[in-house]
Write a protein that binds this ligand. Sequence first.
Ligand SMILES: Nc1ncnc2c1ncn2[C@@H]1O[C@H](COP(=O)(O)OP(=O)(O)OP(=O)(O)O)[C@@H](O)[C@H]1O
Ligand SMILES: O=C(O)[C@H](O)COP(=O)(O)O
Length: 389
Amino acid sequence: MRTLKDLDPRGKRVLVRVDYNVPLKEGVVQDETRILESLPTLRHLLEGGASLVLLSHLGRPKGPDPKYSLAPVAEALRRHLPSARFVPHAPGSEEAFREVQGLTPGEVVLLENVRFEPGEEKNDPDLSARYARLGEAFVLDAFGSAHRAHASVVGVARLLPAYAGFLMEKEVRALSRLLENPERPYAVVLGGAKVSDKIGVIESLLPRIDRLLVGGAMAFTFLKALGKEVGGSLVEEDRLDLARSLLRRAEELGVEVHLPEDVVAAERIEAGVPTRVFPAGAIPSPYMGLDIGPRTREAFAAALRGVRTAFWNGPMGVFEVPPFDEGTLSVGRALAALEGAFTVVGGGDSVAAVNRLGLKDRFSHVSTGGGASLEFLEKGTLPGVEVLK
Ligand SMILES: Nc1ncnc2c1ncn2[C@@H]1O[C@H](COP(=O)(O)OP(=O)(O)OP(=O)(O)O)[C@@H](O)[C@H]1O
Ligand SMILES: O=C(O)[C@H](O)COP(=O)(O)O
């Protein structure tokens, strides 16, 4: 990839695509990680004498919608970069174009949500051309969006001299280490809702790893595929054959697969509901497994001991509803306790767990990408990486 080393920003207006798709609650940013992670690139460009025009998406609006305005994000950004100012115009508009004309070195403008533009997700060439008028060089630092071949990610990158920002570089370097000569033993921990979201990454990683630990709702599709009684737990009925074939493949490759031995179950997903622990293969309806149980937490911690490389994506249970967050937190602790290992975590809930435990610094890399990190591990590249080559 072309990187910031290749760009002399002095006197240039630089268009920077960041990923400020951050969680908001009542107009307040709940987690600033993605904002903080963009600062090294922004400060480097400013110190080098550039003015900056920032582009980002937020959420998945269907056209302009004040609920998805980047205004609250700009407020959070200003706490770290006081020179930043929000310009509430769609980034492809004439108003936005006019607004950025007079920018002088040191000035920073964040334009409105790129997904307010109908052509953004279609990678419309006309929209890309209107974005390209906003700057003289383009820096892609939105690793979390680098799997989207959208106008503000790849379209505009083809029209301007384009470079990877520091965050892009850091993410690609760390995730590449999970694919190229990883130290063994190598363990992967997967959780979350659906096997179907993780098929690609499982297929790509199986030949490289020694242990696969599966929790979250996706474990029930594997358990059911093995003929276990999973009660009312979430199962992808149309993926049972696939789950069986992934298990067969793991066996052929000599990968140890660890599925839950016991689960914390309840009749409904609700904070404070009465819970019971059942063996994972004998959950009576209408109970559903909502977290890995205490024996599984120990077994998973034991399976992680001694590993030299580990990747974790996806919560072990319904992380957002306590007490079903306990299993996820315990996996976070077990990974953080590994000494000298190369450990990477990616994905919203798993990263939130690490942050809640205050153990971020105990991981070698905490990815700002959920879907992007999975797709990178599946394919070894991303549209946003290819376009910078
Ligand atoms: N046992 C379970 N039953 C029902 N839902 C579950 C269970 N375990 C986990 N989930 C749900 O899975 C969802 C997260 O799954 P997802 O596949 O999106 O995770 P992820 O890859 O970490 O992605 P994200 O980046 O969105 O967190 C959470 O909303 C969680 O409540
Ligand atoms: O949060 C993310 O994973 C990225 O910002 C991409 O968002 P998207 O899935 O809506 O494209």
